[in-house]
Design a protein around this ligand. Sequence first.
Ligand code: GDP
Length: 331
Amino acid sequence: MAQAQKRALITGITGQDGTYLAELLLSKNYQVYGLIRGQNNPKRAMVEQLLPAVELVEGDLSDMGSLVAALEYCQPDEVYNLGAISFVALSFKQPELTGDITGLGALRLLEAIRIIDGGKGKMRFYQASTSELYGKVRETPQNELTPFHPRSPYGVAKAYAHYMTVNYRESYGIHASCGILFNHESPRRGHEFVTRKVTSMVARIKLGLQKEIPLGNLDSKRDWGFAGDYVKGMWLMLQQDEPDDYVLATGETHSIKELLDVAFKEVGIEDWSESVKQDPRFMRPAEVDLLIGDPTKAKKVLGWQSETSFEELIKMMVKGDLELESQKLAK
Ligand code: GDP
């Protein structure tokens, strides 16, 4: 007998990870629902065009009733909580909003599952945890057992969501797993994040549309992977018999300077010193230390590993931005 079609609900469907995950699940023949917030959400049209097979359901992580209604309507086998105020710099400016959406939002969704699923154990839950939990790191590289010390309101809110997920797993037996994902990027990354900011501005410099890139701390380092690889890990976590927490990372770290080297080289510029300006507006009140993830457990248990190298990732992003900017010019 053919297996019943699986159903998944994704919060954060308009974000980078939401769209990649939806594509993956659709390719596996899931019925995919995306929670969408607000009147006239400006990103709605983008999702409808990119993912016409996804059914959008109105709801908001700050509104418990809407989450209960969404679960009742979708009856998902799998719930992926990717929705959050996810930009660290913004979280310093709006810490309360970040706590409400990024932290309490996860709790509301877990409560909604507890109420709607009522101990049947049908609805599995994925929580988007983050390397920002490690913040002022206690050991390098970081694994699932490394203590947390978040360094931003975003990181603190994610710590709450992480522990709540573990708590609901232990208290109510919900199949709930946390993916502690290190930075993951793509041509769909928001322009506020440093990789996309650099690749889009490098493309504009190449096309003569801009002269320089204003940047904060050039010595920052991150473990950057490709979002398209990482959503496979999220899905794998929910296919396991037992829920658990996993680090997804490349295990490599690179600086903003290396990011600039690769991005400028892709457009034929070797010396970028004249094209980058230090700008205090982009410095953070507190920085995380050296983040490098240890993805050994994910490899061993899930058979997951990052497939795209740092250079391939940045080149892919520069190419995508060159195309986008050229299209805009042609209009
Ligand atoms: P995050 O790891 O989630 O904070 O990802 P981001 O891409 O926002 O930032 C990565 C690192 O780049 C941080 O250490 C920032 O301080 C550093 N950085 C340096 N200049 C910039 C900038 O102009 N914009 C952003 N977003 N980050 C910058």
